[in-house]
Every structure is written in C-alpha cells, then in structure tokens.
Design a protein around this ligand. Sequence first.
Ligand code: ATR
Length: 285
Amino acid sequence: MSDSYALFGYPVHHSWSPFIHGLFARQTGQDMEYRLHEAAPDQFRHDLLEFFFEQGGCGANITLPHKRAAADLVNELTPRAQRADAVNTVLRRDGELMGDNTDGVGLVTDLTQNLRLRFTSPRILMLGAGGAARGAIGPLLELKPSTLLIANRTARRASDLAEEFSGFGAVSGAAFDEVEPLEPFDLIINATSASLKGEVPPIHSRAVDRATACYDMAYGIGETPFTQWARDRGVTRVAQGWGMLVEQAAEAFFVWRGVRPQTRPVLEALHARAMYLAAAANTRS
Ligand code: ATR
C-alpha cells in the first residue's frame, strides 16, 4: 500500500498540492498518495489529526483557515513553526504529532533561488500582518535587511507583530498611510488578502522604482491587482506566489521523505497546467 499523505483545509477542492506532490513522488520514485480532507473549523481538532495518523497516515499539510489552530493541536513545534505561530506540515515522531512550518523558507527559496534576487542589507516592505505575513517574517529577517517594515490596514496588528520579532532584526510596524518612503524599497511583498476583493493595499508610489522587486504571495491566472499595480509603475521584477507554493511543498516533502525533489520542472508543469485550464475556461465561456 502507498504511504498516505493529506491536506486539511476549508475549502481544499481547488488545491494544487496533490498535483505538486504527485509530480515530486514520480520524480523521486516515492510510493505515496496525497489526498484532500475538507475539514470545517469546528471539525478540525486534535482527534481528527490523530485519527488520520492512527489509520496509517504518514504526514499532513495544513492550509487555511487551520494553520494557527494546528499550532495548538500538535504536541511539539519546530523552532520555525514556533516563531510563525502556525503550522502547515505535520509528521509523527516517537508517537507525538510534530508541527512544522515551511511557508517562510518556501518564500525565501523562491526569491533567492528561482527568481535569483540578490540582496545586500535590503530594505523590505511587508504588506499585511496576518498569518501569511507572520510566517514569512522570521525567514526574511535571515536575509539581514537594513529595514523590514510591516505595513497593515490595522496599524496595531503591524506594530504587535513587529514587536514580537524585534529580537531577531530591524523590524517595525506602521499603518499604510504612515509609509512615506524617502527612497524606494528593494523588495515589497504583498501578504494581504486584498487581492481576493480585487483591491491593492494603498501604498505610496514612491515605495517603488524600476529596481524594486514586487512579490505577491497570492497567485492566479494573469496579473493579480498588486502585480498589475507594480507593472503600472514600471516595475519589471514582479512575481506571484507560484514558486512559494512549490517550494513550501518541496520542503514539506523533504521533511517527510528525507528526499529533496527538483522544483523547476514542477513549477513549469504547474504553469503549463494553469495556462491549459485558463484556455479551457475561455473556450467554454
Ligand atoms: P492570512 O492568513 O491570509 O494572512 P488573515 O490573518 O486574515 O489572513 O490576514 C489578512 C491580511 O490581509 C491582514 O493583514 C488584513 O489587514 P487587517 O489586519 O487590517 O484586517 C489584510 N487585508 C485584508 N483585506 C484587505 C484590504 N482590502 N486592503 C488591505 N489589507 C487587507
């Protein structure tokens, strides 16, 4: 029987993870299956995860809206999951559920290896102070930024988050309208969920110039509102979160299987499939 893995979230039917892990498994010759488990917030409890592992489950991914809850449900946290206060990967070690978080390392791997962005003491602007932002702060501070400014609609959330990480580097928090940059940022990351409403966080145009890299953790077919905003201002180094999606999955795969898959062919397959689905949707409409 194949080793069993699963993604818990709500909703999860749209997830790309079975496709990604299926390609990783084929590429590395691992005998495993990866299924989707839709669990509403009131169903997502310790015993649901325990049951999955007792039935022979080997590892789980956790996605929205359960990442914070999962940090309380597992028995132990890795240091990076503890810093993120969120879990996206679970494994069982010595009978105990261990929670890990591969989102932040997935983002930084995409920035530095796939997109080949080279930073020396970068000035970074993080838009948003929710779960997605929180998971990225620790790994981004490892890039030794001269500034990591967290800007958020609700200023208090930004300053609280900055305060939590203040022991790890030069991080501060502000409301969007307090961001009045004297010089452009080297990197702006959109970790808000504003795209879901077709909106862009209200950021001063002086925050970018042609050399700025703009990264949207969200991903979709065509431009997101934020990547379009960046292009409209002449920014050319613009990316969506497809690479982060694949890299966080590769890190989870490594945590579970001890084998590191190659991500480039999987990213290419993902783009090809996304384009095919977009073309098919256009044909139908
Ligand atoms: P996630 O886990 O995806 O980060 P979240 O914890 O609900 O989800 O956080 C959503 C983030 O997007 C928050 O920073 C939120 O700002 P607030 O803290 O002020 O709520 C931000 N956000 C959501 N909609 C937004 C919008 N239309 N414009 C700007 N920021 C928005």
